[in-house]
Design a protein around this ligand. Structure first.
Ligand code: AMP
Ligand code: MG
Length: 352
């Protein structure tokens, strides 16, 4: 692949200056690639109606062509031309959760290029809740196709420096708006079929959705550990978010988790391996050896979601051989955290 110069511009995420955003939007209009912050993770954007531009996303990320992309919009009006119809259910959900970390799957219109949907008859759309993202989409004047701005398979980027590590020389611009808020990707909700189905857990929880659409269910692939269940969301079948190191995730009583991690750490260190321990504020002092990093507080799982991917990247930088990670309970954003940990570890979950 031809190396291109990646320009980074810094923009204040609270009060974005319109000039640099216009410059970024002009690149989008010319079919170029621009990474930008959202409230979940950094996205790698291209004009979603320009199939050549979208094809470049797959090349830059090394993303499999059968993994469809999410289109990002800045207004409700932008949705209409992209979909066959908007159901009453969809109206309600959009009104409640947009802008925000919820992606909705609709039946697509013929305006959406096949490269976006990987040939499916549906399209994924989201309206991000981030001042830079909204300004940037508005200024571009088109829906922006944007997967996470990382190399496929690696932990998602929550800082502009993560995007630089993965995509420098492969994309045209990075808008540096500081660290992203939520830290895990959007919830993917399929409204193209009945009942409404969550295909990927994320920033908006099942409990929140149930209040608006009581018949919402979770895809079997989220609930069951059975490897024979094929997820409906093509992206969910790949190993994802993975650090270089081997990874084990421990679930159960917190005291049992601490004992097990201490035991495994001792064993691996005795074998001459370097060990990273993904601990929490409440437990970090209980570990005896290894590189101990607190990912956040068990009493405030939002902090864990926020730090999750950057902690995995930190272990990569430190070249640890094994990551021993605490698991969390599934309430609130815990389900999204455990989904990412499960994928990052390749399903290496130890139940205590
Ligand atoms: P990413 O943008 O990398 O976080 O991934 C987007 C997620 O949305 C992946 O898991 C995709 O498989 C999923 N997705 C995108 N479009 C569709 C669609 N039309 N139907 C089902 N899942 C989709
Ligand atoms: Mg991704």
């Amino acid at each position: 692949m031809e190396k291109i110069e990646t320009k980074t511009i810094k923009v204040d995420s609270k009060e974005p200056n319109k000039e640099p955003i216009k410059e970024a939007a002009n690149l989008i209009k010319k079919g170029k690639l621009v990474a930008f912050p959202t409230e979940t993770v950094y996205g790698l954007g291209a004009n979603g109606l320009d199939k050549e531009a979208v094809a470049k996303i797959f090349i830059a990320k090394g993303r499999p062509g059968d993994n469809p992309l999410i289109l990002h919009v800045a207004s409700r009006e932008q949705v209409e031309p992209l979909v066959e119809f908007i159901s009453e259910e969809a109206e309600k959900v959009m009104k409640k959760f947009w802008p925000g970390p919820l992606t909705i799957i609709f039946k697509r219109s013929s305006l959406v290029p096949d490269v976006i949907t990987a040939g499916l008859d549906t399209v994924a759309i989201r309206m991000p809740n981030h001042p830079i993202a909204s300004e940037f989409i508005k200024a571009s004047g088109v829906p922006i196709a944007a997967p996470s701005a990382n190399t496929s398979g690696k932990p998602s980027p929550t800082e502009a420096s993560h995007v630089q590590e993965d995509l420098n020389g492969k994309i045209d611009m990075i808008i540096n708006g500081g660290s992203t808020g939520i830290g895990v990707e959007s919830t993917v909700l399929d409204l193209s079929e009945t009942p409404p189905t969550i295909l990927r857990p994320g920033g908006i929880t099942l409990e929140q959705l149930k209040k608006i659409i009581p018949n919402v269910v979770e895809d079997l692939s989220i609930i069951k550990d059975n490897k024979d269940i094929i997820p409906k969301s093509p992206g969910q079948k790949y190993r994802h978010y993975a650090p270089k190191a081997e990874m084990m995730v421990f679930i159960g009583e917190v005291s049992a988790i601490i004992d097990a991690i201490n035991e495994y750490a001792k064993k691996y260190i005795a074998e001459g391996k370097s060990v990273g321990i993904m601990a929490t504020e409440e437990t970090k002092d209980k570990y005896k050896e290894g590189l101990i990093v607190s990912v956040g507080s068990r009493n405030n799982k939002e902090t864990i979601a926020h730090n999750l991917f950057s902690t995995l990247r930190l272990f990569d930088e430190e070249n640890v051989d094994i990551i021993l990670s605490e698991g969390v309970d599934l309430s609130h954003i815990g389900k999204a955290i455990m989904n990412r940990l499960k994928k990052a570890s390749g399903g290496n979950i130890i139940k205590l």
